[in-house]
Write a protein that binds this ligand. Structure first.
Ligand code: ATP
Length: 327
């Protein structure tokens, strides 16, 4: 059984004139222990997908259709209290800014110990021992002393290590990490990603890793979902998606990976911009930017279809398009 199944997820954001569809018919699954990357330019819908799963969509955004199933249990319509329990115990969350996850008024030890005790049947002495162990595992020097420090006493990179310890504290089976290194110094981004990967692997936790960085995906993930304008454009094993991208958008993202000797920058090398939610183009939303678009692409919207070893929402992979492409 898949650890997580997202089926036909729709997220809407009501506005004065009705509502905007920010996520449309998103379906994917995550297997136990797997690292699934979610990639795409700013505005693709990556964060909304993550927020839907952890039950932290910010109103007025709301799940308007579909199902989110964690270990066989539907979690998309649960109340606040039940979801809060699932969030600590079964799903851990890591956000871009470590200060989002940490309370400035409590020591990091108090926060990790409280999370452990809220979810696991252990004594306070055992919770403290485990908290120190977690901080040691995340590479925080002198963990037995630093555990009594407040979040502001840590550097940005060390704080994100604390957040990883906190996310893992209740031994969740899934970690949703939304751009966990974007706010950090470039020199420590790779360390934090490889730490996250190692710790989750050791504990058998699956990860949904949201990033705009194809380089991070290539180095870290087992499979990847490429998002564009609120839909999945392509999904498949990382090696295949990277080496033989089936969707021209994926190919564009790949071409935008900067030279490894340079600092990574935000993706900016595909001509044009992601459409606004109130102006999604007809047919395939990518067609106005697509170098391989043909007539059908502006008329009909492609669903995900088999494309070599991946699945892509692109008419190039439809047998009936062959004549038109060739024409
Ligand atoms: N509360 C909101 N009100 C209006 N629009 C919103 C709201 N939340 C998200 N959106 C819109 O939904 C779309 C998807 O947003 P989302 O944050 O999921 O994108 P993203 O792929 O995570 O981008 P980024 O990399 O910039 O975080 C964007 O067009 C965004 O402007």
């Amino acid at each position: 059984m898949a650890l997580l199944e997202v089926k036909n997820l729709v997220v809407e954001i009501p506005n004065r004139r009705g509502s905007l569809r920010a996520l449309n018919d998103i379906s994917f699954s995550i297997e136990p222990g797997e690292i699934l990357g979610v990639v795409g330019e700013s505005g693709a819908g990556k964060s909304l997908t993550g927020a839907s799963i952890i039950g932290l969509l910010e109103p007025p955004a709301r799940v308007a259709g579909g199902e989110i199933i964690l270990q066989g249990e539907r979690i998309d319509h649960l109340g606040h209290a039940r979801m809060q329990h699932i969030r600590g115990r079964r799903i851990g969350a890591i956000f871009q800014d470590p200060l989002t996850s940490l309370n400035p008024l409590y020591t990091v030890g108090q926060q990790i110990e409280e999370t452990i005790r809220a979810h696991l049947p252990v004594t306070s002495a055992e919770a403290r021992r485990r908290a120190i162990g977690l901080l040691e595992d995340t590479g925080i020097p002198a963990a037995a002393q630093r555990i009594d420090h407040y979040p502001h006493q840590f550097s940005g990179g060390m704080r994100q290590r604390v957040v990883i310890a906190l996310a893992l504290a209740a031994e969740p089976t899934l970690i949703v990490a939304d751009e966990p290194t974007t706010a950090l110094d470039v020199s420590i981004q790779a360390q934090i990603i490889s730490l996250l990967k190692r710790l989750c692997h050791e504990r058998g936790a699956a990860v949904m890793l949201i990033t705009h960085d194809m380089g991070v995906i290539a180095e870290t993930c087992d499979r990847v979902a490429v998002m564009y304008a609120g839909r999945i454009a392509e999904i498949g094993p990382v090696a295949q998606v990277i080496h033989e991208p089936a969707h021209p958008y994926t190919a564009g993202l790949m071409a935008s990976i900067p030279d490894m000797s340079q600092d990574r920058e935000r993706l900016n090398q595909i001509d044009g911009a992601m459409p606004r939610l109130n102006a999604i183009p007809s047919g395939c939303a990518y067609h106005p930017r697509c170098p391989q678009a043909f007539d059908r692409c502006s008329r009909e919207r492609p669903e995900l279809m088999a494309a070599g070893a991946t699945r892509a929402a692109c008419w190039l992979h439809d047998a009936h398009s062959a004549a038109e492409v060739g024409a």
